[in-house]
Design a protein around this ligand. Sequence first.
Ligand code: TMP
Length: 207
Amino acid sequence: MKGIFITIEGGDGSGKSTQIDLLMSYFSEHGFNVLLTREPGGTPISEKIREVILDSSHMEMANMTEVLLYAAARAQHVAEFIKPNIEQGKVVICDRFVDSSVVYQGYARGVGIDAVEKINSYATLGLLPDLTILLDLPPDLGLSRKKNQQALDRLELASDAFHLKVNEGYRLLAKRHQSRILTVDATNSIETIHQIILEAIKPLLSL
Ligand code: TMP
């Protein structure tokens, strides 16, 4: 069987972790060899790059530095972890992928969607997810959830206007890639969202 590559996207606090846990349980209970990973991160080198990117003392980081660090972490992640596991027939679930860079850096930071897509097509050697689940939540709701949870990292500390742009960017991207990106209204209950996601992955399981 060919492996499956699923990515989960959404603004900060959109409920990705909860849905990822439920999806992981579903695949495990149905006998799939499933692996969970995340970006930025997923390999020792990429996790080190993650620390540099998210360090809240690095407020002076230039936008292009940010783009290239994410892409560098991703290149290592694809080469060392994602691609080999998909080739071995496994299900790989990744918490964020290229779409996050296109939205956060390309659109919200203003580096440019096309530039960020191009840089990332080098980094990933053109690898695209079979399915991307986008949890769509109004940004004020997402952030207030996060603020109740923990200390915020450098990106979560960005202005409300930035998070609004993130939301707008995701919606735009979902329109551009309708066959790959499934948008789910994240104001639904946890169980409803899970069922919508299961319906969307069923066609992939018979590949
Ligand atoms: P997380 O909180 O989902 O682990 O993500 C960490 C932060 O990194 C989050 O604010 C989104 C941001 N991010 C980007 O800006 N670009 C990217 O390419 C990725 C993967 C994450």
